[in-house]
Write a protein that binds this ligand. Structure first.
Ligand code: FES
Ligand code: FES
Length: 178
C-alpha cells in the first residue's frame, strides 16, 4: 500500500535532472536520476567503461577518477553533486598516441596482471603526484592504500609510481610490504 508520505515524495521528486560535466575535455550534458552515481553516469551514460566498478561501496578504489583535479571514488559520489565539474578518467590521460607518464611506467614495470584495478590505480596515482605529499615508497604505499589489487601487483605499482615521480631508487625500494 502506498502511504501519503510516499505519494508526496514521489510526486515532488523529479525523475531525472539535467547535468553538465566536462569529461576528458569535452562538455557532456546528460539526464540522470537523483541516485545515479558518477561512476554509473560515466559508464552507462557516456560509455566510458575504463573506470571500473569493483565493490561499489568505496572500499576498493577501482572507480577512482579525477574531479576538478582531485582523486575520488566515483561510486560514492552522486553525479548530480558534480554538475559543472571537470572530470578526467583513464580514457583522458593519454595525449593521442603518447601515453601519460604513469601509463608508460605501469607498462614498463609490468604493474598489472588482470588489469581490473589498473585504471583506478593510475588515476589515483595521478592525484597522488599532484598532491605532492608522497616522497618515499612507504608514502606511496600509505597514500595509495585506498586502491586494492586482488592480483597483488603492489610492488610493481609502487615502482611504476616512483618512476613517474622521478624518484626510482632501485629494485628493492619499490617492494611493497603487503
Ligand atoms: S567501486 Fe568504488 S571504491 Fe570500489
Ligand atoms: S591487476 Fe588484477 S586486481 Fe590489480
Amino acid at each position: 500500500m502506498i502511504t501519503t508520505l510516499e505519494k508526496k515524495t514521489s510526486a515532488s521528486m523529479p525523475p531525472t535532472s539535467s547535468i553538465t560535466l566536462k569529461v576528458n575535455g569535452a562538455t557532456k550534458q546528460m539526464e540522470v536520476e537523483p541516485w545515479t552515481t558518477l561512476l554509473d553516469a560515466l559508464r552507462e551514460h557516456l560509455d566510458l567503461t575504463g573506470t571500473k566498478k569493483g565493490c561499489d561501496h568505496g572500499q576498493c578504489g577501482a572507480c577512482t577518477v579525477l574531479v576538478d583535479g582531485k582523486r575520488i571514488n566515483s561510486c560514492m559520489t552522486l553525479a548530480i553533486m558534480k554538475d559543472g565539474a571537470e572530470v578526467v578518467t583513464i580514457e583522458g590521460l593519454a595525449k593521442g598516441d603518447a601515453l601519460h607518464a604513469l601509463q608508460q611506467a605501469f607498462v614498463e614495470h609490468d604493474a598489472f596482471q588482470c588489469g581490473y584495478c589498473t585504471p583506478g590505480q593510475i588515476c589515483s596515482a595521478v592525484g597522488l603526484l599532484s598532491e605532492g605529499k608522497a616522497k618515499t615508497a612507504d608514502d606511496i604505499r600509505e597514500l595509495m592504500s585506498g586502491n586494492l589489487c586482488r592480483c597483488g601487483a603492489y610492488s610493481n605499482i609502487v615502482a611504476a609510481i616512483q618512476q613517474a615521480m622521478g624518484t626510482a631508487t632501485g629494485a628493492g625500494e619499490g617492494r611493497a610490504k603487503r
